[in-house]
Design a protein around this ligand. Structure first.
Ligand code: SAH
Length: 238
């Protein structure tokens, strides 16, 4: 847990023994379930701690003042709970909604919530395209998170309709993404968004070119977006 601890410290997060105990539980449950059900390609305990847990926590770099307890946060395509679960461990006063289309993954996340005793998380087994047209979710969230969900043009169509005006989308990316970001400029603007910043993570513990792409929501998304499930990823708007 040393790398998680030191990396988190650099992010301005002081992990307590209570946090670390929860991260150990999550790590062990993930590795154990992964033997039966394919949840993640990362199975080495040390890599789970850095590439899943620490990487998830880097989202705080996109929020100058950290998570405000009242912020409404949604994580789209959370898989087995990343980045949402590690953030929910560290920010127990903030409510997180975790959305994932595959029930095998949501089953794990629901189990993990019980094992961790977390009450600040709602898990929804649904496509985000469907959720985005439901009034209780549409343009409702202050912070929309997405890691490894889709390339930026599809990601913009999937995320921005759920983001409230004044809110932000944080996409966790890796490598040289300038071109990918540029290719999403038109669809970002069509969805009522605009590029705020591309922020290198720059943590020694994750020295593999991680970046946060931050979009801000400045206007309403036209009601016909996102398109039907599967279309944003299958036929990206360019
Ligand atoms: N965010 C996790 C998982 C990434 S894999 C992580 O970084 O580890 C992408 C996940 O998104 C898959 O589990 C897939 O089932 C889910 N997904 C893709 N498109 C989706 C959509 N439109 N709605 C909900 N889940 C989606």
């Amino acid at each position: 847990m040393e790398l998680l601890l030191s990396g988190a410290r650099q992010l301005g997060i002081a992990l307590t023994n209570g946090h670390l105990a929860k991260f150990r539980t999550l790590r062990d449950e993930l590795i154990q379930w992964n033997r039966r059900t394919n949840l993640t390609a990362i199975t080495d305990p040390g890599e789970v701690e850095t590439k899943h847990f620490l990487d998830s926590l880097t989202v705080v770099l996109a929020l100058p003042k950290g998570f405000s307890p009242s912020a409404r946060v949604i994580d789209l395509g959370t898989g087995p709970g990343f980045p949402g679960l590690p953030l929910a461990i560290v920010y127990p006063d903030t409510h997180f909604t975790l959305v994932e289309a595959t029930w095998k993954k949501t089953d794990f996340t629901k189990h993990a919530l019980k094992a961790l005793g977390l009450t600040n998380v709602t898990v929804i087994n649904e496509r985000s395209e469907t959720l985005a047209h439901q009034p209780q979710h549409r343009e409702h969230y202050d912070i929309v998170l997405a890691r490894a969900l889709a390339p930026m043009p599809s990601l913009a169509e999937l995320t921005l309709p759920l983001c409230a005006i004044g809110g932000i989308v944080v996409a966790l990316k890796k490598g040289d993404i300038a071109q990918e970001v540029a290719s999403a400029e038109k669809v970002t603007s069509l969805m009522g968004g605009r590029l705020k910043e591309t922020k290198p993570v720059g943590l020694q513990e994750l020295a593999d070119g991680r970046v946060l792409v931050i979009l801000e929501k400045v206007g309403h998304t036209p009601s016909n977006y996102p398109r039907r499930p599967g279309i944003p990823a299958g036929k990206p708007l360019l």
